[in-house]
Structures are given as structure tokens and as C-alpha cells.
Ligand binder design. Structure first.
Ligand code: ADP
Ligand code: MG
Length: 658
């Protein structure tokens, strides 16, 4: 991966941004606000902040560059530090949730949009920064949408108060420019000349039932018929799926004809060292196959891709009716995303994109994806706005969220006790405390409820683990062995206590790396959870919360968890009890036997600790995943009457509870 400083400079000079550098610098000097549109890979994210800094346009302030994704913020900051030949955390740094790699000297700071939003609570004028670059604006995450409003207000107020002016640069690959221009007072739009090659698009003739299977088949068809120096990029929806497909490819590759293959995964939870594999050239005669989530769609560019294989789906968080419940769902991508993905094949030479769905399906898809603010839960953003002292009802947004979504979120905040009433959304003392935690309000509610249940010790560990990526590491070829080893952590109460057992054992283990290996656990993610726990503990201590332990009284902990997750309950169909389809046992017996608060049929995830047990009458789950079916991820057994105890208002309005 080591590239010499000279190589890096040569590569920089070849980028389209570099070629129009003088014009760009002039425009940046001239305008307070501008929109910059340029093909993915043209050098916007890595180069623009460097150009600004080379000219010292930031003056005494710093440059903030936002990214919707944590991985992108980190990898890009590392790349830019290497290009500038400096250590990460000095002049160039990054700040993502629970990880701040910056110093007072940092001038170019890459951060997630969520982190900049958090900074705005403490300082709504964002005075640290003289230039703010809102990158990947086309993604339209809630945090970016809210930041548009925050920077607009900050710019205005800093002007009025004659403070150091704030320059705002909006960057994007593709964008509905008109509405953005209007929103930013008809600011100038600068288009970077694209540099792409034609990409031939192929569709399947018929609809594919199983896109993972279709992807593997297509990979091997192409593998047998195209030269080895043609690298493939395959779009999938998440880590688990990528690991499954990777395993299948490796199995088939042993017997398949064609050149050797190097398969590289790319997803958010991947350790940085493994992420860098993606950029390493494969040895001559070896084909590189990259299996990626939609992070490779626009946030990061991988050179030399010749074939794109597009499953046409993406995993998205969505909001689900007035219940206030949210879920993860695998959905079809927009046409814009389809073109963007296909375009990845034409960066350095003409390429091809293989869409695993028929052309008429593509034509029926929406042109653009719906901004998150229109389809996602708002409680978290509302809480932040209120904490920053901003009135949500007059806050300027490009696309206002649906009214019933705002209502549902306010109702949820009311039921948490975070605001005084829906009509008067003023933060209560509890609400202010909730906003101090950099986590979802449902989890800050759990931590703040913990003293009442004497379980802050355990709640901190659990919330920390739930804030990390998967702690179990199950290699496909050692599934059975891993399953056996996992037994010693299992709790009959379900996945939350199982996770707690894992975390506690990890903390006690003397040789952690070795121990994780023996127990099929992910060392990096558990270490991260420890770090998160420490940071959450510091906030709890600032708030003077008593850190006591419930010991083995795990019911207490589950009740406490329910205080934040009361929207995530499910009930056994037919009221539970004996009878039913065989009273549990095999995995199939429990499938689809639950119904959620919104009336959706849902099944325990196959990996749940509860699978082997008699199905409990009621469950609490951390997340609902919709693929073809609805799966409850991380579920625990609860007593049905607990809901009335811990969240009486919600229980009253939730009629499904029988
Ligand atoms: P844009 O923001 O316009 O999409 P970027 O600034 O992200 O473009 O990327 C510019 C170029 O830098 C790309 O062609 C990409 O291949 C290269 N690049 C970016 N990050 C890395 C990295 N970590 N390792 C190697 N090359 C990289
Ligand atoms: Mg970019």
C-alpha cells in the first residue's frame, strides 16, 4: 500500500480538479457560498480542502469537510494526510462518533455530518470554522439536510454580528441543483468537466428471485469469459451478505475455470487495514473482485473497475408509520443510483455494467431516492435542534418532512419525557441530558433510566456493545465450531444478556486477542465497545448518575432497556402459552410467529439465542430487518405486562398488545 510521496503527487496532478485549480481557487475566494458538481473520482473530496489550505484561504479558522459515512471520513482523511506527507491527527484529522483524531493544530478536518451537527449544539455559529464543505450532498442524509439549515443560519448571523465570515461549499456528484441553488440564495454552481468512458449496460431478461445467487452466477460467467485484468465491482447490501457471497465465491473458485481471483470486501465495519486492500493492485494475471455496500457508489472511488455487477438493492433505515418504530429494509435503488453505480465501470477505460434485473423494472424505478428526512425517524435530529436552541417549526429545510412524521417523533420524545408537550416542544431536564449522549435517543433514555433499576453498570456495557458493529465473528467454514463455543455465553433471556455475558468475559480475559480468536469474537469491535463504554461512562459521571450493578437480576436490565425501546416489542401470535406449532425447538417452529406493534409478522433472526428455546410470549428487539421477511435482530424475552409498567402512555396507544 506504501506509495512514495512522489507517486502521490503525480496521481494528484492527473485529477480533473487539479487541472482547473486556479479557476476553482478564484471562485472559492470570490463566493461566500457555492455548489460544486463533479463526477465521482474527480478529486473533490481529497483535493479541494488541500487546495484551500495551500492558499491559506481558511485564515485563522479551520476547514470542516463532512461525509455521510464514518468509513469515508476516516479513509479519506488518511489518504489526504499521506498526500500532504503529514501524520494523521496533526494538520489533517478526522472526527467520527467516539473517535476524535484531531488536535488544536488541525486545519483540514474530515468529520461525519452527525459529528458536525453535535458540534452545532455547543456552538450553533460553528465559530471554529471559516470554511465548511458539505460533501456528498446528493445523499441527502438527515444530518446533512439539517446542516444545510444550520450553516445558512450561522452564515447570516455571523455576517450580522460582524464576526469572521463563514464560507460554505456544497459538493456532490449528481444533484437536483435547482432546489439547492434556490435554497442557497441563487449561489453560483460550478461544474467540473467529467472524464468518463462509455459503459455498456446489460439487464437480465427475467426477474431474479435470489440476487445473491444471481450475483455469484454472473461473477463466474464473466470470470470465464473476460481477461484477468478486468476488475469487478459487485454491489451488495451489507456485511453479512458480503461475507456469505465471499464464502460462496471462494468455494466455487477452487473448481472454476479462469484466472486466479482476489476477493476484497468493502463495508463500514471492516478494519481499516483490510479496507486498504481494495486499492491494492492485484498481481498480474489475477482478477480483483470487490464486494461492496453502496459506499463504493459515490463516497469512495476504486480505480480500474471494468465490470460492475449491480444487484439493484440497498439497505436503508426507514421510519414506519405513526408507531415511531424504525427498521432496516432492503429496497430497490433509484435510477440515479443505478447510473451512478454503472458509472464506476467507466472511470479509466470503457466498461460494462450488468444489472441483475430486467430493463423494464429499471424504467419503473423512481428517478431519485427520497431524502432521509422524508422517510426516517426524526426524534434524534429534533432533539439536537432543540438542544441547540433552534425552533424546529421555523427551521429552514429544503424538503420539509411529512407532518405526521414530525408528530410521531414529537410524541415519542414526549413519551420519553424529553419534551414538555408536543404542542410546546421545550426540552425537559431529562431531554437536555439525553441530548448530551452521542447516541440514539432511545439508548440515552436507557442510560438515564438505569439508576432507577440499579443497573447502570450493565446498561453502559450493553449500550456500548449495541453501538458497535457485530461482535461475533463466524467464519462460514467453522460455523458449527463457532456455534458450540458460543453456547457458554448464551442466556435463556435472549440476545441482550448474551451480549452482556460476552462483553463481561472479554473485559476479564487477560490475553484478549488470543481469547477472541478462540471464542470466535471480533477483537476490534469489542475493543471499540470498551472505548465507547468509557466515553459514555464519563458523560454519566458528569451527570452524577450512580453507577450501580443489578448483578444477576437481569430482569431489571431488560426492564430498563424497555424504557428506551418500548416501540420495539413483539408478541407471540395466539397469545403464546403451550400448544402452537410444537412449542419451539427447531428454528422453523418459531419462524413468523410474532407480530410487532405495527401489526407486522416477524421472525426471530436465525442467529438468536432464543431460537433453541420455547418461544417467549413477548419480545423486545433492537432492530427490525426487512429482507423478503421481517427479522428481529438482537431479541430478548420480556413479560408482556412490563410494557404497561415502564411506558404506560405508549402501551395505551399500542392496541396490538393483546
Ligand atoms: P471525488 O470526491 O470527486 O469523488 P476523491 O477526491 O474522493 O474524488 O478521489 C480522487 C481520486 O483519489 C480517486 O480517483 C481515487 O481513486 C483516489 N483515492 C481516493 N482515496 C484513495 C485511497 N485511500 N487510496 C488510493 N487512492 C485513493
Ligand atoms: Mg467525494
Amino acid at each position: 500500500v506504501q506509495e512514495s510521496a512522489q507517486d502521490l503527487q503525480v496521481a494528484r496532478r492527473r485529477l480533473p480538479v487539479f487541472m482547473v485549480k486556479n479557476r476553482l481557487i478564484d471562485e472559492i475566494k470570490k463566493n461566500d457560498t457555492m455548489i460544486l458538481i463533479g463526477e465521482t473520482g474527480s478529486g473533490k473530496t481529497t483535493q479541494i480542502p488541500q487546495l484551500i489550505h495551500e492558499q491559506r484561504l481558511e485564515g485563522a479558522g479551520a476547514i470542516a469537510v463532512t461525509q455521510p459515512r464514518r468509513v469515508a471520513a476516516i479513509t479519506i482523511a488518511l489518504r489526504v494526510a499521506a498526500e500532504m506527507n503529514t501524520e494523521i491527527g496533526s494538520i489533517v484529522g478526522y472526527s467520527v462518533r467516539f473517535e476524535d483524531v484531531t488536535s488544536p493544530r488541525t486545519k483540514v478536518k474530515y468529520l461525519t455530518d452527525g459529528m458536525l451537527l453535535r458540534e452545532a449544539i455547543v456552538d450553533p455559529l460553528l465559530k471554529k470554522y471559516s470554511i465548511i464543505v458539505l460533501d456528498e450532498a446528493h445523499e441527502r442524509t438527515i444530518s446533512t439536510d439539517v446542516l444545510f439549515g444550520i450553516v445558512k443560519l450561522a452564515q447570516k448571523e455571523r455576517n450580522e454580528k460582524k464576526q469572521i465570515p463563514l464560507k460554505v461549499i456544497i459538493m456532490s456528484a449528481t444533484m437536483d441543483v435547482d432546489s439547492f441553488r434556490k435554497y442557497f440564495h441563487n449561489c453560483p454552481v460550478i461544474y467540473l468537466e467529467g472524464r468518463t468512458f462509455p459503459v455498456t449496460i446489460y439487464h437480465t431478461k427475467t426477474k431474479q428471485d435470489d440476487y445473491q445467487y444471481a450475483a455469484v452466477c454472473t461473477i463466474f460467467q464473466l470470470h470465464a469469459t473476460t481477461p484477468a485484468n478486468h476488475d469487478f465491482l459487485v454491489f451488495l447490501t451489507g456485511q453479512e451478505e458480503i461475507e456469505t457471497v465471499m464464502y460462496n465465491i471462494k468455494q466455487i473458485a477452487k473448481e472454476a475455470t479462469g484466472p486466479p481471483m482476489r476477493v476484497c470486501p468493502l463495508y463500514a465495519g471492516l478494519p481499516p487495514a483490510k479496507q486498504l486492500q481494495v486499492w491494492r493492485e492485484a498481481p498480474p494475471g489475477t482478477r480483483k473482485v470487490i464486494l461492496s455496500t453502496n459506499i463504493a457508489e459515490a463516497s469512495v472511488t476504486i480505480p480500474n473497475i471494468k465490470c460492475v455487477i449491480d444487484t439493484g438493492v440497498v439497505k436503508e433505515r426507514t421510519w414506519c408509520g405513526v408507531s415511531g418504530a424504525e427498521r432496516l429494509a432492503v429496497r430497490v435503488c433509484s435510477q440515479a443510483a443505478g447510473w451512478q453505480r454503472a458509472g464506476r465501470a467507466g472511470r479509466t477505460q470503457p466498461g460494462a455494467a450488468y444489472r441483475l434485473f430486467p430493463a423494464k423494472d429499471f424504467a419503473a424505478r423512481p428517478h431519485h431516492h427520497t431524502p432521509e428526512i422524508v422517510r426516517c425517524p426524526l426524534a434524534s435530529s429534533l432533539l439536537l435542534l432543540l438542544a441547540a436552541g433552534i425552533d424546529p417549526s421555523t427551521f429552514p429545510l429544503i424538503d420539509p418532512p411529512p407532518l405526521d412524521s414530525v408528530k410521531a417523533s414529537l410524541l415519542l420524545l414526549k413519551e420519553f419525557g424529553a419534551i414538555e408537550s408536543e404542542a410546546n416542544p421545550k426540552l425537559t431536564v431529562l431531554g437536555k441530558k439525553m441530548s448530551m449522549f452521542p447516541i440514539d435517543p432511545k439508548y440515552s433514555k436507557v442510560l438515564l433510566s438505569a439508576p432507577e433499576y440499579n443497573c447502570l453498570e450493565e446498561a453502559l456495557s450493553l449500550v456500548a456493545v449495541l453501538s458497535s458493529e457485530n461482535v461475533f465473528h463466524t467464519p462460514m467454514h467453522k460455523r458449527e465450531e463457532a456455534f458450540k463455543v458460543k453456547q457458554k455465553f448464551l442466556s435463556p433471556l435472549g440476545d441482550h444478556i448474551t451480549l452482556l455475558n460476552v462483553f463481561k468475559a472479554f473485559c476479564k480475559a487477560p490475553l484478549k486477542k488470543q481469547w477472541c480468536k478462540e471464542n470466535f469474537l471480533n477483537h476490534k469491535n469489542l475493543t471499540y465497545a470498551c472505548d465507547v463504554r468509557q466515553q459514555l461512562l464519563t458523560i454519566c459521571q458528569k451527570l452524577n448518575l450512580p453507577v450501580s450493578s443489578c448483578g444477576q437480576a437481569h430482569d431489571q436490565l431488560l426492564k430498563c432497556l424497555l424504557c428506551g425501546l418500548f416501540t420495539n416489542c413483539a408478541w407471540l401470535r395466539g397469545g403464546g402459552g403451550a400448544g402452537g406449532a410444537g412449542g419451539g425447538g427447531a428454528a422453523g417452529a418459531v419462524a413468523r410467529r410474532y407480530v410487532t406493534a405495527t401489526g407486522r409478522a416477524a421472525a426471530l433472526h436465525p442467529g438468536s439465542a432464543l431460537q433453541a428455546l420455547r418461544p417467549p410470549p413477548a419480545l423486545l428487539y433492537s432492530e427490525l430487518l426487512l429482507t423478503g421477511r421481517a427479522y428481529m435482530l438482537t431479541a430478548s424475552a420480556i413479560q408482556p405486562h412490563w410494557l404497561h409498567q415502564v411506558a404506560p402512555d405508549y402501551a395505551r396507544r399500542c392496541r396490538t398488545n393483546r
